[in-house]
Write a protein that binds this ligand. Structure first.
Ligand code: ZN
Length: 136
């Protein structure tokens, strides 16, 4: 992926498979010689951010055209978009058939008191990871 003067927009995947459009404000070289892309989020002039050009080029979540994001978007929709009878895994957010989901009670007195929190997971691994995430 090349960057040239005609590129005005940056497309960023957020929230699993939403695409945000950012208007490129300026492209400059920083003190370390890195090319940085400054952009404002469309429809919200107050949101601005900058990224290293090299990070944008390496990321499958950011691109200068929407078409370049399509393979990643399709991959994510297949994983995360809910179909009939599906729920999201409490830990990794993947879509999983509710019937085959694993119920697990995360024990964390600090977060959920003595009753814990019952969640549904795509796998035993995700239940274990969620439990570990709630331990000190
Ligand atoms: Zn999961």
């Amino acid at each position: 992926m090349m960057m040239n003067q005609s590129q005005e927009k940056l497309y960023v995947i957020r929230n699993y498979y939403d695409v945000e459009v950012w208007n490129i404000d300026r492209v400059i070289q920083d003190d370390n010689g890195e090319t940085r892309v400054y952009a404002l989020r469309k429809d919200s002039g107050s949101w601005s951010a900058s990224w290293k050009l090299s990070d944008i080029q390496e990321s499958s979540k950011m691109a200068f055209s929407e078409a370049e994001l399509q393979p990643e978007l399709e991959r994510r929709r297949a994983l995360y978009e809910l179909k009939d009878g599906q729920i999201h895994c409490q830990y990794c957010h993947k879509a999983v058939d509710e019937k085959s989901a694993i119920s697990y009670r995360v024990i964390s007195y600090a977060n959920y008191g003595s009753r814990g929190r019952l969640g549904k997971y795509c796998s035993r691994d995700c239940a274990n990871f969620d439990q570990m995430a709630h331990e000190g």
